[in-house]
Every structure is written in structure tokens, then in C-alpha cells.
Design a protein around this ligand. Structure first.
Ligand code: SAM
Length: 468
């Protein structure tokens, strides 16, 4: 297999695989779309046209069987390394690329994803790691596809990747080989909590994008996402363990996480971060770069829980997830990057880049409805720009339809606002048909309608009053 992977690595390099995927991504609706074919609005991939580069992207990224002549040595390598079956139809692994690194995940046998996770957060996390450029000995907690480990290996001497799923360790090994980083990437199977290491303080960096989905007790969920009832069980354990594992004088902690909170930041986690900072003397900076209302997180959880709970009704799952999150009394689920470095004074800073929540505020048009609608082109232009930066997870729930809908029904939205409705009530009223048809997916409209209303504010065509 090693020789097959080497052959494939050479072919990916020669045919510009990573650049081809990045070009797709630049045209996609999300700058962090892991597989560009999945993003709404991207035209179906061209039928591979026959050169090896097109055929490889078609087979490995899009899952299109190879029709055409492929270099026989390459064909043998694809089959031998489990990227294709004997008829050159898609095999066990599919492949994506980000910032010049490639990473595999297992192709899902049925509906939904396989066991190896690659999401928008994976790409944001890899970017943060490349920016942080850690050195020395690194621990990669929750290796997943190996993208994280390979990003770490770009700047460091050696990376130890740990994961509970053997499929993830297999993926990490394949990704490392395809990136030519095998020499610097080691894998170990198990839970990070049980790691038996010979001496404390040995790591110069710990990187982790651990599961962070708040999952109600009794609901089956993927181990790649399940973070326990408040979503933070594993992250808290790691913050405690990291105190002992990290070099006190020369270290960094780089994490991707999400937490319930409000405009002040990921409130549920702040005490744990302060505990870590006080114990290590590291300075911690948390940047919240995206947020969704908790109702949207609940819808996403219900949708993803569907395939693990086939006997339960989607609307029941939605009710269970919503009631669970409502219980925390916090309006937002914030997506965050975290970087902590040694040599500080043990402080914790939170930077919130996410826009304030408008949903429960009445937003009154400041001009007659007809005048607001006359500015439709200006509003739409701003809306399209902003819709390229929808928060992580949006595209797992919503589609191009939920992005187009607020523009199509702009008149009704503006009228509902003029009647004094909050943004939420306007959305539920104007899109009552879509909420009735698919209550899970329709929750993505809360975000897109809010985004449209934000454009009215930005164009000074409306003013927001304080919420209730
Ligand atoms: C959200 S995925 C992230 C994978 C990868 N680092 C990335 O960013 O794409 C989380 C990974 O953590 C692994 N995991 C979950 N619990 C773990 C534990 N206790 N110890 C080690 N790994 C764990 C899961 O199997 C999964 O692969």
C-alpha cells in the first residue's frame, strides 16, 4: 500500500489536485466548504473530460466513476490503496484538499457521512494551525481525517495523533502518506484521557477540535460530534489534562470549539478557560467567529441525530433537542478558535467577531415600505455578499432555497416588520408554509431572514428597537 500511496501522491502533485479543489472552493458559497460538490449553488461537476487531473478530481472528490483511459500504473495504485474498485468506481476513501494539504475520509455506505469527520470547522482549524506554526513535539487530540495532524507536521518535528476510532487512524495514516509527512506523523488508538505518557510537560503544542455538540442524554449521536449534555464534557477534560501534558515554558494550545453563550462569548466554558490559564500561566485568546441561535443548533442536532435514531420521528427529535438547549437559557451557540501560549500572565481574552442577534428585536422600516422596496438591488447586493459568510453548519441544514427565499419574499418581510413584528415572528409568519412543510430545515430561515434584515439596517432603511 505504501508504494501505491506514493504513486498516487505523485499523480496528485503532478495534476494539481489541491489547486483544482481550491479553485472550486473559491467559486463555492462557503470559503471553508470541505467538499465543494456538497455546497448549494455550485453547478454539478463537469463530467471528467479525460485527462488524468480531471479524472482524479472526478473520482476522488466528486465520486464519479472513471470513464476514459487512465495511466495503468495510476489505475493500479488507486485500486491497491482503496480509492477505487476494480472497475474504477469510487472506493473506500474520498479526498479533499486545503491550503496544499490533502485529506481523506471514508465514503459513506448509505445516506449521511461515514465515520471520519471533515467539516467547515476542520478547515478553519487547519488554517489556525498553519498560522500558529507550532514547533517541537505536538499532540493531536481527535485526529479525524489527518488534516489536522498534517497541518501540524508542516512546522513541527513530530506529531502524535490520537483518536478513538480506528477508521480515523487509518485515514490519518493515508493522509500523512499522500502529503509526504509519514516520517513525522505517528498514530495511537484510544481516548486522550487514557494516554499513558512517560513524562509530564513533554508537549510543545496540543491541538484539538473535539466533539462539541450538546446532545441530550438518551439520544444516540456520532462519537465525532457528541460532546455530552452541554457539549463541553471532552473539552473540559482536555483543558485539565493539558495542564499536565504541556511544556510550562515553551508551549501552545490550539483548539476549535463551540459553546452556548451570548454576545459576551462562550459563557459556559469561561471558568474552565480561566482555570487552565491560572494553572499554566498561558495567555488564552478565544475568538468567536460565528454564531447560530440555539434553535438552529437544535435543528442541526436533530437532523444529524436522524441516522443514529432511525425509529424516532424527525419532529420529535427536534422537540427533544430544542427543549434541551432552551434549558440552558443562553441564546447562541458560538463557534470559536482558541490559541493559548506560554510565557503570559494567565489571562483570558474573548474577542467576538459575530454580529449581535437581531431575532427577538422589532426592526421598524424607517421609510415607507415602497421606498424600502425601491432599494431592492442595493439590499440584494449586500445580502449576497453577506450570504457567502454564513456560520459553520448552515449548509448542512439549509440549501440555496433558504438563501433565495428571503429575497423572493422581501416585500412580505418588510410589511411584517412594518406591522411591528420581531425578526423571528416575521420569519415564521412569512414562511409559515416552509416551517409547516419541513420544520427542521426551515429553521435555517431564521438566519437568512435575519441576514436580510441586517441589510436593511446597514442601508439605513430601518432601525432596531431593543428586544424584549
Ligand atoms: C470533530 S472531529 C475532528 C477531527 C479533526 N481533528 C478535524 O479537525 O477535522 C473529533 C474527533 O475526535 C475523536 N474523539 C472523540 N472522543 C475522543 C477521545 N476521548 N479521545 C480521542 N479522540 C476522540 C472523534 O473520533 C473524532 O475523530
Amino acid at each position: 500500500v505504501t508504494a501505491f500511496l506514493q504513486t498516487l501522491a505523485g499523480a496528485l502533485h503532478r495534476t494539481g489536485f489541491a489547486d483544482r479543489v481550491e479553485r472550486r472552493r473559491r467559486r463555492a458559497r462557503s470559503a471553508y466548504a470541505p467538499f465543494c460538490r456538497q455546497v448549494g449553488g455550485v453547478p454539478a461537476p463537469d463530467r471528467p473530460r479525460g485527462n488524468d487531473g480531471d479524472l482524479l478530481v472526478g473520482l476522488l472528490h466528486d465520486g464519479v466513476p472513471v470513464r476514459g483511459a487512465l495511466d495503468p500504473r495510476l489505475a493500479k495504485a488507486l485500486v491497491g490503496a482503496d480509492f477505487a474498485d476494480d472497475g474504477l468506481a469510487p472506493g473506500r476513501w474520498e479526498l479533499t484538499a486545503f491550503r496544499g494539504l490533502v485529506a481523506v475520509r471514508d465514503r459513506a455506505a448509505g445516506p449521511g457521512a461515514g465515520q471520519v469527520y471533515i467539516g467547515e470547522d476542520s478547515l478553519r482549524f487547519a488554517e489556525a494551525i498553519l498560522d500558529a506554526a507550532p514547533h517541537g513535539l505536538v499532540l493531536d487530540v481527535g485526529a479525524g481525517s489527518g488534516l489536522t495532524g498534517c497541518a501540524l507536521a508542516r512546522s513541527s518535528e513530530r506529531v502524535l495523533c490520537v483518536d478513538v476510532l480506528d477508521e480515523c487512524l487509518a485515514a490519518t495514516t493515508v493522509s500523512a502518506a499522500l502529503n509526504g509527512l509519514t516520517e513525522r506523523v505517528d498514530v495511537v488508538s484510544g481516548r486522550f484521557q487514557d494516554l499513558d505518557l512517560d513524562r509530564p510537560g513533554r508537549f510543545n503544542c496540543i491541538a484539538a477540535n473535539l466533539p462539541y455538540v450538546p446532545v441530550p442524554a438518551g439520544l444516540a449521536y456520532s462519537p465525532a460530534g457528541n460532546g455530552g449534555p452541554d457539549g463541553l464534557g471532552l473539552i473540559r477534560s482536555l483543558l485539565k489534562r493539558a495542564v499536565e501534558l504541556l511544556d510550562p515554558h515553551d508551549g501552545a494550545l490550539v483548539m476549535r470549539l463551540a459553546s452556548l453563550g451570548d454576545e459576551r462569548g462562550p459563557l459556559l466554558l469561561l471558568d474552565d478557560l480561566r482555570g487552565f490559564a491560572a494553572a499554566t500561566g498561558y495567555d488564552v485568546v478565544v475568538v468567536a467567529d460565528g454564531r447560530v441561535p440555539y434553535e438552529l443548533r437544535a435543528a442541526l442536532t436533530a437532523k444529524l441525530a436522524g441516522r443514529h435514531n432511525p425509529d424516532r420521528d424527525p419532529v420529535e427529535l427536534l422537540d427533544v433537542a430544542s427543549a434541551h438547549l432552551r434549558g440552558y437559557g443562553l441564546p447562541l451557540h458560538l463557534a470559536c478558535g482558541l490559541v493559548a501560549r506560554s510565557g503570559g500572565t494567565g489571562r483570558v481574552d474573548v474577542v467576538n467577531l459575530a454580529a449581535p442577534l437581531l431575532l427577538d428585536r422589532p426592526v421598524a422600516p424607517s421609510r415607507p415600505v415602497a421606498d424600502v422596496l425601491a432599494a431592492r438591488d442595493r439590499i440584494a447586493a449586500g445580502y449576497w455578499r453577506a450570504s457567502r459568510d454564513l456560520p459553520d453548519g448552515f449548509w448542512e441544514l439549509g440549501t440555496e432555497r433558504e438563501v433565495l427565499a428571503p429575497l423572493e419574499r422581501m416585500q412580505a418581510v418588510v410589511r411584517a416588520l412594518a406591522d411591528g413584528a420581531t425578526v423571528r415572528v416575521s420569519a415564521e409568519r412569512v414562511f409559515a408554509d416552509m416551517f409547516a412543510a419541513d420544520p427542521v430545515r426551515a429553521r435555517s430561515l431564521l438566519l437568512t431572514v435575519e441576514l436580510l434584515v441586517q441589510q436593511l439596517l446597514d442601508c439605513r432603511l430601518a432601525t432596531a428597537r431593543p428586544g424584549r
